[in-house]
Design a protein around this ligand. Structure first.
Ligand SMILES: *Cc1c(COP(=O)(O)O)cnc(C)c1O
Length: 432
């Protein structure tokens, strides 16, 4: 199985976080997002302990909210001592409603509106990660109006190609994000920011991509960023307090994915930073990283009920489910791989290939093509899709006026609802 929280019981049922998925499907209905809270906490612990052991004092991991954002997630992050990365006023609002201390939040985005900037300051967001000159002007103006000094990091593109899917590669020079070192724009925005009265420049940020497994991507990014830190120290006398290396560590979606030892990775990045700082005669800055996927992805599983099973002899087979691209658009968007199974037939041989098809009026609405399933698969079976904790609930939509599934948390053998199932009333809430 793709994660150690998945197993098969003596009854032939799929178990997740030690609980029978068939029972959970009965209790809460389908489609259903499950989140293994113990696993989320375990991942946070791996990051926080590795950061303490391997990185300069004060270094800390920030959870990248966009992977999965709802109130309970922020409460868990707060309890686990994680900072957060937020990318919109909606994420800021949700974290604030959950009681998260926003002085520990880093506000991202390549096009924060003036209203976003003001709202984030209203909420006391600790750090802005500024993307461009126009944003520096907006932050300076708003901070000036309030007579405060806002802490800012600058988003820099280090020119690292992480060899991942194009839509999730963000650190290359031609990216829509940040200012490139190569073009001189990173240097320029640093000088500009340092001239601002109501901005305190704290350091620099980069994010090279997502679902990254590459041997030394973060080590290379750290080195390029530290060279930049050295250059701005020489040129402007600016001492970088914080260096934020972004998120991106990959997870196992299918058995052929390589997987990563996060603690070992953090250790290796720590060693690279130490060596580079010694060589460049730099005081090591506080290191931040922003894992999203690697915190929550394998804490998630989605359960569906199978409807029609369509067999087109010598062509193709389909298993239709009661969800699809509205709760998981990643196959439609990126062709993402997933491990899928028939949760009530785990003791049967998978002797047929079937495409797991969603219920939307779109032929591209699929979860996965040609999945091995038992040929006895029929209406009423429970289809489980593994590793759906990241970029599923947070990317869900109401296309076709389909209501979003609830999120049920699994904790120490019991379960509770963290996000309720959407109702038809919810769908029409804003309709006049
Ligand atoms: C998406 C994103 C992350 C999280 O990436 P993961 O691949 O989920 O770890 C972190 N930081 C920034 C700026 C991002 O855009």
């Amino acid at each position: 199985m793709v994660c150690d929280n998945i197993s098969v019981g003596d009854n032939g049922h799929l178990y997740f976080a030690g609980q029978d998925t068939i029972d959970l499907a009965k209790e809460y209905g389908t489609p259903l997002y499950l989140m293994d809270e113990d696993k989320i906490r375990e991942k946070c612990r791996i990051y926080t302990e590795a950061f303490k052991a391997e990185l300069p004092e004060g270094s800390r991991p920030l959870y990248a909210s966009k992977a999965c954002s709802f109130k309970q997630i922020y409460r868990i992050m707060s309890e686990m001592g994680m900072g957060i990365d937020v990318v919109s006023p909606g994420e800021i609002y949700t974290a604030r409603e959950a009681g998260f201390d926003l002085s520990n939040a880093y506000f991202h985005g390549n096009n924060k509106t003036d209203e976003d900037v003001a709202f984030a300051m209203d909420c006391g967001v600790g750090y802005f990660v500024a993307d461009n000159m126009a944003e520096i002007d907006a932050i300076e103006a708003e901070a000036g109006r309030r007579e405060i000094v806002q802490k800012v990091l600058l988003r820099i593109t280090p020119g690292i190609d992480p060899h991942t899917y194009d839509a999730v590669a963000t650190g290359k020079v031609d990216s829509k994000f940040g200012s490139a070192i190569e073009t001189g724009q990173a240097d320029e925005i640093t000088g500009y920011t340092l001239s601002m009265k109501h901005i305190e420049l704290i350091g620099f940020h980069c994010h090279v991509g997502s679902q990254v497994f590459g041997e030394d991507v973060f080590e290379r990014a750290a080195r390029v960023m530290l060279e930049f830190v050295r250059d701005v120290k020489v040129k402007y006398g600016f001492i970088t307090e914080q260096l934020n290396l972004g998120g991106g560590y990959g997870v196992i979606y299918v058995a052929s994915d390589p997987g990563l030892d996060i603690a070992a990775k953090v250790k290796s990045v720590g060693a690279a930073i130490k060596a580079a700082c010694e060589e460049m005669e730099l005081i090591p800055p506080v290191i931040l990283m922003e894992p999203g996927r690697s915190i929550v992805a394998d804490s998630g599983m989605t359960l569906y009920t199978a409807g029609n099973v369509k067999k087109i002899p010598s062509y193709k087979n389909y298993v239709s489910i009661d969800g699809g691209m509205t709760d998981n658009p990643r196959y439609a968007l990126y062709g993402s791989k997933y491990t899928c199974c028939i949760a009530n037939r785990m003791d049967e041989e998978c002797d047929m290939l079937a495409t797991i098809a969603g219920r939307c009026c779109e032929s591209g609405d699929m979860i996965q093509r040609d999945v091995p399933v038992p040929s006895s698969t029929c209406k009423g079976d429970i289809v489980a899709v593994c590793t759906t904790g990241a970029y599923n609930y947070s990317m869900a939509s109401n296309y076709n006026r389909i209501t979003r599934p609830p999120v049920v948390m699994l904790r120490e053998g019991s379960s509770y609802v963290a996000v309720q199932r959407e109702s038809f009333e919810d769908l029409c809430r804003n309709d006049i």
